[in-house]
Design a protein around this ligand. Structure first.
Ligand SMILES: N[C@@H](CCC(=O)N[C@@H](CS)C(=O)NCC(=O)O)C(=O)O
Length: 221
């Protein structure tokens, strides 16, 4: 059998990179993380060569073969290392998981970005939009421990990667998630207690400082 060689082209604050790191940790896969220094001011040759279409992180290099797009990478990881599956066995539930991960990508990520990047007079609308989007996820989680049910799966991994940024959204949106969605807030706390998550996600305080710097650049601070 070919010796496994796994590398992740990554950026420390990237929520989509963090979710891939959680997936790798959940499968107990050893990998080398190769960090991009500054995506705005220059990308490495390796990144440009590995993801010539989007030129974005994350990229997984598996035995030097590049795989791009975070949810695609997580699906690949699950198929190549099938122990502890990320997806439920029922086809319908699998399709629900893919739908929810897509919802998270299309909705949660941009809505959060709008809160921390909006001028003051637009923050209230951005906050409302973000909370409305999370309402659907809170309802979907319901009384379950994980989106996947008993195990921590594809949807859990897709969403938890974004949560290092949530305290920054709360600060700039002027709200507390647990006041609106205690079950979802409890899911975040529970998920962060997993070692696979805590070792993979950036410290929210560090993200907060990073957001402050970005806001200064855009004249929002
Ligand atoms: N849909 C992509 C999004 C990737 C993405 O937006 N990556 C950002 C970092 S969070 C990036 O590389 N930005 C640099 C750029 O777009 O030039 C995924 O899920 O992998």
């Amino acid at each position: 059998m070919e010796k496994e060689n796994v590398k992740l082209l990554s950026m420390w604050a990237s929520p989509v990179c963090m979710r891939v790191k959680v997936a790798l940790a959940e499968k107990d896969i050893a990998y080398e993380e190769i960090l991009e220094d500054d995506l705005k001011n220059g990308k490495s040759e390796l990144l440009l060569k590995s993801n010539p279409v989007h030129k974005q992180v994350p990229v997984l290099l598996h035995n030097d073969k590049p795989i791009a797009e975070s949810t695609n990478i997580i699906t690949y990881i699950d198929q190549v290392w099938p122990a502890k599956p990320f997806f439920p066995s029922c086809e319908y539930e699998r399709s629900r998981a893919r739908f929810l991960a897509d919802y998270i990508d299309r909705k949660v990520y941009p809505a959060g970005r709008a809160i921390r990047g909006s001028p003051e007079d637009q923050v209230e609308a951005a906050k409302k939009e973000f909370l409305d989007i999370l309402m659907y996820l809170d309802g979907t989680l319901g009384e379950k421990d994980n989106f996947n049910g008993d195990t921590f799966g594809f949807v859990d991994i897709s969403l938890i990667g974004l949560t290092s940024w949530f305290p920054a959204y709360e600060k700039y949106g002027g709200f507390k998630l647990e006041d609106h969605y205690p079950k979802l807030a409890a899911w975040i706390t529970r998920s962060w207690a997993r070692e696979t998550v805590s070792v993979s996600l950036a410290n929210p305080e560090k993200i907060l400082n990073f957001v402050m710097e970005i806001r200064k650049i855009y004249g929002l601070e």
